[in-house]
Ligand binder design. Structure first.
Ligand SMILES: Nc1nc2c(c(=O)[nH]1)N(C=O)[C@@H](CNc1ccc(C(=O)N[C@@H](CCC(=O)O)C(=O)O)cc1)CN2
Ligand SMILES: Nc1nc2c(ncn2[C@@H]2O[C@H](COP(=O)(O)OP(=O)(O)OP(=O)(O)O)[C@@H](O)[C@H]2O)c(=O)[nH]1
Ligand SMILES: [Mg+2]
Length: 467
């Protein structure tokens, strides 16, 4: 049982018109009664899910009402256990914004016996008291950090329990397999029917398939969480920085007609039809004696290595040459789009026209003019389609977006593969049951049914203060 009362400031300090001090725990109501006086005659003990207007005093208990001092004019929300965010009594003091009122009120609350909450401790209590499971609690961080509407939808879906239901379902199936094994375990080995072993294998394969399907969503999930790492590359002067600028709709990068203009890597976040894209402009790649440009070229190469999507830009008015060829070789194992730029200019039978169809045969080709802003929407749509496969995101989409969840699913798969091998080798059923249990625990770390205190602390420490 949790018996202490925690308090924190839940709004950014010194910003905004209103600040909130949040208090949760068995003493929350008594603590506030000691410092708050409603304007109308109301008793906090008799209120639930109400907002009450009044004042915070610095020495409310003092019968000497002449000397007591108003700290702030406030609205106090009273929410009584168990139907609250933490399942404990919660009081929120809504005071004026700015850093002084919230800080002084927090000090007062602490002086009356509350303890300063650790980051994420309110949500941790919601988890420990069973209102949220771990995947739902983690969704709260994703909601706060989401950068596009679709990323937000995914996180809200996870908070609603979309992923949790899938995990619970998988855990249930594993429990059923365990029960089936246990029903057979008392038979001597040679009497276990072949039929029953086949049944175990079929059931395990089905769960494996479900876990794999979930794992297949992980790439999409990571993109919505972190942004799709998209690198614009190509030889100098083809219009990479011009493309960055037109995608960003601002003159972010320097554009000149001098090859070798961009030296450093420029990174910006872009919302493309709901997909967060981390767009990265790089120095044009070529052999050079210029010291600074050389460093830029090296940086471009490592950006390519880390990229999840490449936009390889070609100049429709230049011949395709060994410099293009060298870059093509660097990117050919990646996923990307060929971008033929400067189509607004007259093209005098350059070889680029047929070469560009030949190289990187699996990459789509989009023709654009960065300067005349032609073909840009088509390019944007192509990027989005390659990420979503044309499917749209709703809050019912269960997607793995969290690397921790992905690792747990992989661990579960390994256990299930071990089960299949063990059955084939004719290992004893109690050994097989151990791996089933291992798989159950691995997925149980996702929803928190099989999670250690250590992991719980680590996860909630990522939250912000007052959450
Ligand atoms: N002022 C404020 N705004 C906030 C929060 C908060 O705690 N305080 N939230 C916090 O992050 C979010 C809202 N989430 C919440 C989730 C559940 C409950 C809650 O009291 N749930 C009860 C049912 C309440 C009822 O309808 O009777 C329950 O689940 O039992 C409150 C807020 C966002 N905005
Ligand atoms: N006509 C025409 N010119 C373009 C177009 N896009 C870029 N340019 C011009 O091409 C030149 C090079 O553009 P940048 O965007 O600096 O090219 P870059 O690939 O970033 O070059 P580096 O940073 O040197 O590698 C500039 O003079 C641009 O104005 C286009 O669509 N049409
Ligand atoms: Mg450039």
């Amino acid at each position: 049982m949790i018996d202490d009362t925690i308090a924190a400031i839940s709004t950014p300090l010194g910003e905004g018109g209103i600040g909130i001090v949040r208090i949760s725990g068995p003493d929350a109501i008594n603590i506030v009664k000691a410092i708050f006086k409603p304007v109308k005659d109301r008793d906090l003990d008799n209120e639930n899910f109400k907002i009450i207007y009044g004042h915070i005093y610095n020495n409310n208990n003092n019968s000497d009402t002449v000397n007591r001092e108003i700290i702030d004019e406030v609205l106090v929300s009273v929410m009584r256990a168990p139907n609250t965010y933490t399942k404990e009594d919660i009081i929120e003091i809504n005071c004026h914004g700015g850093s002084l009122p919230v800080r002084e009120i927090l000090e007062l609350v602490l002086s009356k016996g509350a303890r300063l909450a650790e980051p994420g401790e309110f949500s941790k209590r919601a988890f420990l008291n069973g209102r949220l499971d771990m995947a739902q609690a983690e969704a709260i961080i994703d909601i706060i950090r989401s950068t596009t509407g679709d990323a937000l939808k995914l996180a809200v879906g996870q908070l609603k329990g979309g992923l949790s239901r899938k995990i619970d379902f998988i855990q249930n199936e594993l429990l059923e397999i365990t029960a089936f094994i246990e029903a057979n375990i008392d038979f001597p080995e040679d009497e276990i029917e072949e039929y029953n072993l086949t049944t175990i294998k079929t059931k395990v394969k089905k769960v494996k398939e479900e876990i794999k399907n979930l794992l297949d969503t992980a790439d999409t999930g990571r993109i919505y969480r972190n942004g799709l790492k998209t690198v614009i590359t190509g030889k100098p002067n083809v219009g990479k920085s011009s493309l960055l600028n037109v995608l960003l709709k601002e003159k972010r990068a320097i554009v000149t007609d001098i090859p070798g203009t961009t030296r450093d890597v420029i990174e910006e976040i872009l919302n493309l039809g709901g997909v967060p894209v981390k767009i990265i402009d790089t120095a044009g790649i070529r052999d050079t004696d210029d010291m600074i440009e050389k460093i830029g070229v090296e940086k471009s190469k490592s950006a390519i290595e880390e990229a999840e999507m490449i936009l390889m830009v070609f100049d429709s008015n230049e011949e395709y040459d060994y410099e293009d060829e060298k870059i093509v070789k660097m990117v050919e194992k990646k996923c990307g789009i060929k971008v033929l730029n400067k189509i607004d200019l007259k093209n005098n039978r350059k070889n680029i026209n047929y070469k560009i169809k030949e190289v990187l045969p699996n990459w789509p080709l989009i023709e654009i003019s960065a300067i005349k802003e032609k073909g840009i929407e088509k390019l944007e749509k192509k990027i989005v389609d390659m990420v979503t496969g044309g499917k749209s995101i709703t809050s019912d989409t269960a997607i793995i977006s969290n690397i921790r969840h992905k690792n747990q699913l992989k661990k579960a798969l390994i256990h299930l593969e071990d089960v299949l091998v063990a059955v084939d080798k004719g290992m004893p059923l109690d050994i097989i049951a151990i791996d089933i249990r291992g798989a159950w625990e691995a997925v149980g770390e996702i929803n928190g049914t099989a999670v250690t205190e250590n992991i719980i602390d680590k996860i909630f420490a990522e939250f912000c203060i007052g959450k």
